[in-house]
Ligand binder design. Structure first.
Ligand code: CU
Length: 276
């Protein structure tokens, strides 16, 4: 009897099953670690919640799937079967196809919608609060043109026809609204705890405004004026990266995102010389 068991389960099949069971163990060990950069925005907790939800649900499927697969290898491996596998009936086959699809769609799409829509709504759909710091960011190969509206709260008009090497945004310097605008290259300063609204544009091609710590990633699309807002919750200097391959210099399209305590931000703002 014991000999029978040994003959039924040769070493290679046991190893194969063990390999199948090792995959979920490794996945859980790696998946349990925190892979995300430290969080520094309010809505970012919602984004992390979606990522965690997907990791856990999809991870559970991966674990269950591999445990079952390993069991099947041990239990049914090596059996000779003549002819192709057939379900008992077309109805059984339909059910085995349909039910997992519906369950997975509910888990994946349903969960992401329930968790994600409120975040989406706050980030894009709801109007930025009145006390927002409004910053215009114009992406180009390979830099971030940053503009603050100055004391008048109005951005001076831009026009592509006026764009030159010295006038990268095509500003009209004689316009009163332009005179107090503050221009910065590749660096953004914001206050802690206040909403920051970004008006995102692109001069040439697709770019992507990516602040990993703030869970902000938004494409800049030529011809479009894209707005979103978020609240920084940590003081510090963070990386701003272009996350859309935009040309040969894409790798150097980096910037710095500084979050300052409110008084320090006001001080910084008052020290900037306007565009004139
Ligand atoms: Cu870019």
């Amino acid at each position: 009897m014991a000999n029978n068991v040994v003959r039924k389960r040769p070493l290679h099949r046991i190893l194969l099953a063990a390999g199948m069971w090792l995959i979920p163990v490794v996945a859980v060990i790696f998946g349990a670690g925190n892979w995300l950069p430290p969080l520094a925005s309010e809505h970012g907790a919602g984004i992390d919640g979606i990522l965690r939800y997907l990791l856990i649900t999809v991870g559970a499927l991966l674990v269950i799937g591999h445990l079952v697969l390993g069991y099947f290898i041990l239990r049914f491996g090596g059996q000779e079967r003549v002819g192709p596998f057939r379900m008992p009936s077309a109805r059984t086959e339909r059910m085995w196809s349909l039910v997992p699809v519906v369950i997975l769609a509910l888990v994946a799409e349903g969960g992401v919608l329930v968790l994600g829509l409120p975040v989406w709504d706050k980030f894009y759909a709801s109007a930025a609060p009145a006390d927002s710091v409004v910053i215009e960011v114009t992406a180009e190969q390979f830099a971030w043109n940053v503009r603050y509206s100055g004391p008048d709260g109005k951005f001076g008009p831009t026009d592509p026809k006026r764009i030159t090497l010295n006038e990268p945004l095509g500003l009209d310097r004689s316009d009163p609204a332009t005179k107090d605008d503050i221009l910065v290259l590749n660096e953004i300063w914001v206050p802690l705890g206040l909403p920051v609204q970004i008006l995102l544009r692109s001069k040439d091609t697709l770019h992507s405004f990516f602040l990993p710590n703030f869970r902000v990633k938004q494409d800049a699309v030529p011809g479009m004026n894209i707005q979103f807002w978020f609240v920084p919750t940590k003081v510090g200097t963070f990386e701003l990266a272009c996350a859309e391959l935009c040309g040969l210099g894409h790798f150097e399209m980096r910037g710095l995102f500084h979050v300052l305590p409110r008084e320090e931000f006001q001080k910084w703002l008052s020290e900037q010389s306007p565009a004139q």
